[in-house]
Design a protein around this ligand. Structure first.
Ligand code: TA6
Length: 302
């Protein structure tokens, strides 16, 4: 839909308007009583969220590339309908196609508490159907306020069950990776993708990052918190409909190779991803819906 029509149908004064952003991508710009945020229609990719009076909570690389069909480094990429490499076809894109295809705006609303609600739907094309031949409808709801709420909904509108992998691959902004600890995954087992081990390991304590970390924690449903001593704040990640948690920081060498982190860019971010991956993929029966829901909020540190 052209921008003028989008604005006519969905813009709300003092809440949301639609603009052309970097790389010519259409972007919803949200600014309300609580926070500001930007969401690209490509990938329904939330790029920023910053409650007023706070440092950004979501990290967006200063060197991110914005181009049609390319994933953006930072924000909340939607990995769907598989997480990581495709199980059987290595030619298909890693983390699925949802983050690089167009989504349409389905609705916007000013909420009674001053927050802004936006709903997007994934636009199916011959290319998406060729990669995922299961009749389904995919929507994502964002509520931008003091808390950021996201609800990714997959409905099976076909006659056969399908099995889905997914993640909200969220990049969080932190003062410095040496100043933070992640808690909430103690006693969970994880697949150590950076360590190359095929056996599961057990998390014994809070997570500190001092080298490359790429882990899928299985059967992890509790809240996680990121304690940031530099910013003297805690980011709380509450979720439901998610049974895996991915923790990722590429560290120096991998970040340099990726080309869109910038020098030492990895030090200001950590990904804590609410996911359904590996043994936690989800089977959706005909007529049923699956929700992957997160709520991100800030707390002061004692
Ligand atoms: O979620 C962690 C991970 O799967 C890593 O293995 C890592 O390479 C990454 O996501 C980023 O993937 P991308 O395709 O966005 O470069």
């Amino acid at each position: 839909m052209p921008l003028a029509d989008l604005n006519q149908r969905y813009a709300i004064a003092n809440h949301v308007q639609f603009k052309v952003g970097e790389g010519g991508l259409s972007v919803a710009e949200i600014s309300n009583a609580h926070a500001s945020s930007r969401i690209a229609l490509q990938g329904a990719h939330l790029m920023t969220w910053q409650p007023h009076g706070q440092e950004p909570v979501i990290w967006l690389s200063k060197f991110a590339k914005f181009a049609p069909g390319k994933s953006i480094r930072g924000g909340v990429p939607i990995c769907w309908p598989w997480f990581g490499p495709h199980a059987t076809d290595g030619k298909l894109p890693g983390h699925g196609f949802a983050r690089t295809v167009m989504w349409e705006v389905l609705g916007t609303k000013a909420m009674p508490d001053g927050g802004t609600f936006l709903r997007f739907g994934l636009v199916e094309t011959d290319a998406t159907r060729a990669q995922w031949p299961h009749p389904c409808s995919v929507q994502i709801d964002f509520t931008i306020g003091k808390t950021l709420n996201i609800d990714l909904v997959t409905r099976n509108i076909g006659t056969h069950p399908f099995t889905l992998g997914e993640a909200l691959h969220t990049y969080f902004h932190i003062s410095d990776v040496g100043q933070m600890t992640i808690r909430g995954l103690e006693n969970c087992e994880y697949m150590d993708k950076a360590g190359g081990a095929s056996e599961l390991k057990k998390q014994l304590d809070g997570i500190k990052i001092e080298s490359e970390v790429d882990r899928v924690y299985l059967n992890s449903t509790s809240d996680c918190i990121i304690k940031d001593r530099g910013l003297q704040r805690i980011i709380r990640i509450a979720k439901h409909g998610s049974h895996s948690t991915v923790v990722w920081n590429p560290w120096t060498e991998k970040a340099d190779k990726m080309g869109d982190f910038g020098p030492e860019g990895h030090r200001g971010m950590v990904c804590v991803e609410s996911a359904n991956a590996l043994d936690n993929t989800v089977t959706v029966e005909p007529g049923a819906s699956h929700h992957l829901v997160v709520a991100y909020s800030l707390e002061a540190m004692d």
